[in-house]
Design a protein around this ligand. Structure first.
Ligand code: ZN
Ligand code: ZN
Length: 661
């Protein structure tokens, strides 16, 4: 009876599964079944890695089911049927399989995330029969990946060598270092995980969001711990960062050690680190450092990074000065500062209300770790803030980046159910603006201004109210000098930052041949008994793994591309009923458009579309026996896409649906 499209637009449904039809007004609306993706579910269907793709198909050219007009120069919509994607992955996988294990005495380093970007940090180190992984971060979606929840590093290289992965070591509990852990660990065979107590508690908290995954095998280490991962001996040291208990890592090799401090800055005044910090780094005076891999986030900023102590002093001064109610919004990740603010408020006899999920979670974990010890009764629920005189309460909220659903944004636009901003409040935005968030922050400030409040922000404040957690050029230089490495790989930053970091290292005396600027997936090797560093020609797969609802995979290019296209030019669905004997149209085709043109005002265009459908079907089915629906669909898609482009200069995704009677 009905011919159901074999390949729906994003191949989400098994063939034979039906669309649900529902009436909406006079328009028939197609509804996809609401269940999550079937073929790309939590266990996505593994592509078949045979080199000869044709042998796996059911002899039919797969029809994608949607069409879009390509103009001669643009070719905006590359051919992206499932087969092509499989071919691409096959190629990558085969390539990986061709990469031999490192030879005896060779040290291999593979940055799998955090190069070419800020976020989703992950680096693998492979020596002999052992692989250790440092960090597994996540990154939030970007404009290029609409609808994606977040992105994790590509783990293919590690998945292929699961039995060699001996340990996951986490430098600290920020999301760009731990956010990918739950999903990554289950893909790489759940090796033991090591980090300091606070990070481990953060990780366990995050793991709770994935109850279907096996629990972490997490072990707490301290800065004087020594662990073995296979034959590799690993030591640690403490570094200063906005996350307390951040951990630097020393991996011993026969030719010297590989050092990565994670995110760090110096706790210095006038360029002189504190005694504690000097003590922490003192062992480097005698350490033979073969390779340094380090953060490039702030490599473009001159001087030293502002020490956090100045921010604590600035905030204390403001909190004392301001007479009315104070609302402070900071990154939930600025943990040291958040704890300090509570301490200051408490010393001034103020109650503190915490609002925002990430903020509350982080403070809870700190309390659990025993590093945050507010007095009983200091912390109050945000709905109780109004019960205290304005000068007796301080509110801490998330949302300084103007995030749509964060506490401060909701309070600013009056959609917060438990808290309202009042005229006379002082709002301190204790954070910088993350690039890309400028407009959102501006909207936030505008909305706040309408409440008659005073806003103190990072750029305009006379007091220091924010400092970065990453070292500037001088902090970085200090670390280079202190660790005096033989080789250097800049990591954690956009490509231009990594290049800048390389140039700086050269200006401090390193030779160019001792530095490799990596991309994600670069396979870098130290060879010749620790005398030479270079990148191999082959690359490990590095395409981002997108987490989209219940699916995880690097095979979702098609879905994402469709979303981008839909957002730009919309979609155009035509439903034609065809007599399976005569090949004639049985009635006037139904047409549905979304985000393309307003149908009611374009009756003439629709009329012409119907004529083209009729003519196309008649032309195609002339003398055809039996009727080949796939070829009719292809012809309809091509003709209608072309026509719509000529008439409107837009390229909606065209989806022909044929029903046969
Ligand atoms: Zn960090
Ligand atoms: Zn980081």
């Amino acid at each position: 009876m009905n011919e159901i499209p074999k390949n729906t637009p994003d191949h989400k449904f098994k063939s034979g599964q039906r669309f649900n039809y529902r009436k909406r007004g006079n328009i028939r609306v197609l509804h996809k079944p609401t269940q999550p993706s079937v073929t790309r579910g939590v266990n996505p269907v593994k592509p078949n890695y045979s080199t000869n793709n044709k042998t796996q198909t059911n002899n039919k050219k797969p029809s994608r089911g949607s069409y879009q007009y390509n103009n001669a120069k643009g070719n905006r919509r590359p051919k992206v049927d499932n087969q092509v994607v499989q071919t691409k992955i096959t190629y990558q996988k085969d390539k990986v399989n061709l990469i031999p294990p490192p030879e005896k005495g060779v040290i291999r380093i593979i940055p799998l995330g955090g190069a070419e970007e800020i976020g989703k940090n992950m680096t693998a180190i492979e020596i002999g029969n052992d692989i250790i992984v440092v960090d597994a971060g996540m990154q939030f979606k970007t404009e290029d990946t609409p609808g994606i929840d977040y992105i994790i590093p590509n783990t293919t290289y590690l998945e292929e060598r699961k039995d060699k992965v001996r340990a996951m070591i986490i430098t600290h509990g920020h999301l760009d270092h731990i956010g990918g852990v739950p999903l990554v660990m289950s893909r790489i065979g759940n090796p033991p995980l090591y980090s300091r107590n606070l990070s481990v508690l953060m990780l366990k908290k995050r793991q709770e969001e994935f109850p279907h995954l096996p629990p972490l095998k997490a072990e707490v280490v301290e800065i004087n711990s020594v662990i073995y991962a296979g034959d590799i001996r690993i030591r640690f040291f403490g570094v200063t960062h906005t996350f307390p208990d951040s951990l630097g890592i020393v991996i011993e090799t026969p030719y010297g050690s590989i050092v990565t401090p994670g995110d760090y800055k110096l706790d210095q005044i006038n360029g002189i680190p504190t005694k504690d910090e000097e003590k922490e780094y003192a062992f480097f005076d005698k350490e033979k450092v073969l390779l340094l891999m380090t953060d490039s986030t702030n490599v473009e900023n001159e001087g030293f990074a502002l020490p956090e102590i100045y921010v604590h002093q600035g905030l204390e001064k403001l909190i004392k000065q301001v007479s009315g109610r104070i609302i402070i919004s900071a990154f939930a990740s600025s943990i040291t500062r958040l704890m300090k603010i509570v301490e200051i408020a408490e010393s001034l006899g103020k109650k503190v209300a915490l609002d925002g999920r990430s903020l509350k979670t982080n403070m809870e974990v700190c309390e659990q770790a025993g590093i945050f010890k507010p007095k009983k009764g200091t912390i109050i629920p945000v709905e109780d803030a109004d019960k205290y005189p304005p000068n007796k309460v301080l509110v801490m909220m998330t949302g300084a980046q103007g995030e749509e659903f964060a506490a401060l944004s909701r309070a600013a636009n009056k959609t917060h159910k438990k808290f309202s901003i009042r005229s006379g409040d002082t709002i301190i935005l204790s954070s910088s603006i993350v690039p890309g968030n400028e407009i959102a922050v501006q909207h936030l400030k505008d909305n706040l201004s309408r409440h008659g409040v005073r806003i103190i922000s990072y750029r305009t404040s006379e007091e220091y109210i924010h400092a970065t957690g990453h070292g500037n050029q001088e902090d970085i230089k200090w670390l280079h000098k202190k660790t005096h490495p033989k080789f250097f790989i800049p990591i954690h930053g956009w490509h231009s930052m990594l290049v800048k970091h390389k140039e700086l290292a050269m200006s401090w005396g390193m030779s160019e041949s001792n530095i490799v600027v990596p991309d994600n997936g670069s396979i870098i090797e130290i060879t010749n008994n620790g005398e030479k560093i270079s990148a191999r020609k082959e690359r490990a797969p590095s395409g981002p793994m997108m987490v989209d609802g219940f699916s995880v995979g690097d095979e979702q290019d098609v879905v994402i591309r469709d979303r981008v296209m839909l957002a730009q030019d919309g979609m155009f669905v035509l439903i034609a009923t065809i007599d399976s004997i005569s090949g004639k149209l049985r009635k006037s085709p139904d047409i549905i458009s979304r985000g393309f043109i307003y149908l009611k005002e374009n009756q003439e265009l629709l009329h012409q579309v119907r004529l083209i459908i009729k003519k196309t079907v008649e032309d195609e089915t002339q003398g055809m026996n039996p009727i080949n629906f796939d070829s009719i669909k292809t012809a309809l898609g091509d003709n209608i896409s072309k026509f719509l482009f000529q008439k409107t200069a837009k390229r909606p995704i065209v989806i022909p649906v044929l029903l046969s009677i």
